[in-house]
Design a protein around this ligand. Structure first.
Ligand code: ADP
Ligand code: MG
Length: 370
C-alpha cells in the first residue's frame, strides 16, 4: 500500500516560537522523501504533525487525498519508527511486533500472518522467539521497523532511525532500508541531519532551514544546482569553498554569454552564469567544490595555496589552505599526493563548475549544457 501525502501551508508554533512557517509539499505515492536539515530546524515536528503526535496550527495535511490532520494518530494509516526503538523487554520479537495489532483487535491468524511476513522481509524469521536483550542494536532497530511493517501503513515515517547505530551498522541498515523500500513500494518519509543518508536514500530531498523549506529536489539537483548558499554549504563534504565576488559585470563576457566576475584572490573570470539586473553584490560569493579543483605544476600558472592541513582519504587527498589573500580554500589532489602541510602549491579549478551566490544567498549556476 502506498499513498500520496500533501502538506498545504502548514504552520506550527510553540508559544511565541514559530518553528515551521507555511510549509507546502506534495509527496507521490511510493516516493522516498528525506527531510534534511540541521538540528532544530523542525524536521521532527513536521513528521510528528503528519503522524498526529503534534497538532497543526494552520494549514492542512492529506494522505491519499483525504484530509487527516484532524484525525487521531491511529486513524491516519501511517506508522512511525523512532531513533530510540523502545521495545518491550519482557516480550519476544514476535510479541513486540504483534502488540500494536492486538490493541487494534486485529484477528489472531491475521496478526500471525503479518508478523511472519514482516520477519521474512527483514530476514529475522529465526529471531522471532528472542527477547530484545539478546539482540544487537541493528536487530532491535529491525524489530522496530517490523512493528511498523505489520501495520501495513499507507506511509512510513522514520525519525533518524539510524542515529543510534555505529558507523558500519548504520551504512548496512541504510542499504537494507533502500531494499525494503524497493520490496514494499510504500511511501516513506525519512528525517535526518546526515547528508549521506539523504543523498543515498532519497528520491527527493527536502532541505529545511530556519522554519522554511530551502529546496526540494533529487539528490543530484541538490548537489549540483543548490538553490541557496545554505544548501550548497550544508550538502557535500568537504563544504564548498566560498570566495568574495568584488564585481560582476552582467552578462557581458562575449564568448561565454554570461557574467564577468572579479573574484577576490582569483581575478577576472568569464562565466556562462546569467545574472539579473540588480544582482546583490554586497556579500556575494563564488563557490567551488574541491573535486572541481586540481593541483597544477608551477609552470602551468594557477593560483597559490598555502596548505595548512593535509587530509588523506585514500583515493584522494584534501588540501586545506589559504590563498594569498588569506581566504580559505579546499583543493583536491590525488590519493598519492606528496604535498605536506606548510607547503605552497598551485591549483586551478574548472570554470564550468563554479556557483554564484548573491548577497541574500540566492544561487545562480552555469548554463546547463544543451
Ligand atoms: P529537528 O527534528 O529538526 O532537530 P525539532 O522539530 O525537534 O527539530 O524542533 C524544532 C524546534 O522546535 C526547536 O527549536 C525545538 O527546540 C522546538 N521544539 C520542539 N518540540 C518542542 C516542544 N514540545 N515545546 C517547545 N519547543 C519545541
Ligand atoms: Mg529531530
Amino acid at each position: 500500500m502506498s499513498a500520496t501525502i500533501d502538506i498545504n501551508n502548514v504552520t506550527k508554533a510553540y508559544g511565541a516560537l514559530t518553528v515551521l512557517d507555511t510549509i507546502s509539499l506534495s509527496i507521490e505515492a511510493g516516493e522516498f522523501v528525506v527531510f534534511l536539515g540541521p538540528s532544530g530546524c523542525g524536521k521532527s515536528t513536521l513528521l510528528r504533525m503528519i503522524a498526529g503526535l503534534e497538532s497543526v496550527d494552520k494549514g492542512t495535511i492529506s494522505i491519499g487525498g483525504e484530509r487527516i490532520d484532524t484525525l487521531p494518530p491511529g486513524k491516519r494509516g501511517v506508522a512511525m519508527v523512532f531513533q530510540t526503538y523502545a521495545l518491550y523487554p519482557h516480550m519476544t520479537v514476535a510479541q513486540n511486533m504483534a502488540f500494536g495489532l492486538e490493541n487494534l483487535k486485529v484477528d489472531k491468524a491475521e496478526i500471525d500472518r503479518r508478523v511472519k511476513a514482516a520477519a521474512e522481509t527483514l530476514e529475522m524469521a529465526h529471531l522471532l522467539d528472542r527477547r530484545p536483550a539478546k539482540l544487537s542494536g541493528g536487530q532491535r532497530q529491525r524489530v522496530a521497523i517490523g512493528r511498523a511493517i505489520v501495520k501495513e501503513p499507507k506511509a512510513f515515517l522514520f525519525d533518524e532511525p539510524l542515529s543510534n547505530l555505529d558507523a558500519a551498522l548504520r551504512s548496512r541498515t541504510r542499504l537494507e532500508l533502500a531494499q525494503l523500500h524497493q520490496r514494499l513500494g510504500s511511501t516513506m518519509i525519512f528525517v535526518t541531519h546526515d547528508q549521506v543518508e539523504a543523498m543515498t536514500l532519497a528520491h527527493r530531498i527536502v532541505v529545511m532551514h530556519d522554519k522554511k523549506i530551502e529546496q526540494i529536489g533529487t539528490p543530484m539537483q541538490i548537489y549540483q544546482r543548490p538553490a541557496t548558499r545554505f544548501v550548497a554549504e550544508f550538502v557535500g563534504s568537504p563544504a564548498m569553498s566560498m570566495l568574495p565576488i568584488l564585481s560582476a559585470v552582467g552578462n557581458q563576457s562575449a564568448d561565454h554569454q554570461g557574467a564577468l566576475l572579479e573574484v577576490e584572490g582569483v581575478g577576472a573570470i568569464p562565466t556562462s552564469v546569467s545574472l539579473p539586473d540588480g544582482f546583490r553584490l554586497d556579500g556575494a560569493v563564488m563557490g567551488i567544490r574541491s573535486e572541481d579543483t586540481r593541483v597544477v605544476a608551477p609552470d602551468e600558472g594557477g593560483l597559490a595555496l598555502t596548505v595548512t592541513v593535509v587530509e588523506r582519504l585514500g583515493e584522494r587527498t584534501l588540501l586545506y589552505g589559504k590563498l594569498a589573500t588569506g581566504h580559505d580554500m579546499i583543493v583536491e589532489d590525488s590519493g598519492r599526493s606528496m604535498v605536506r602541510a606548510g607547503e605552497t602549491v598551485r591549483f586551478d579549478f574548472d570554470r564550468s563548475a563554479l556557483h554564484v551566490f548573491d548577497g541574500d544567498g540566492l544561487a545562480y549556476h552555469v548554463a546547463e549544457e544543451a
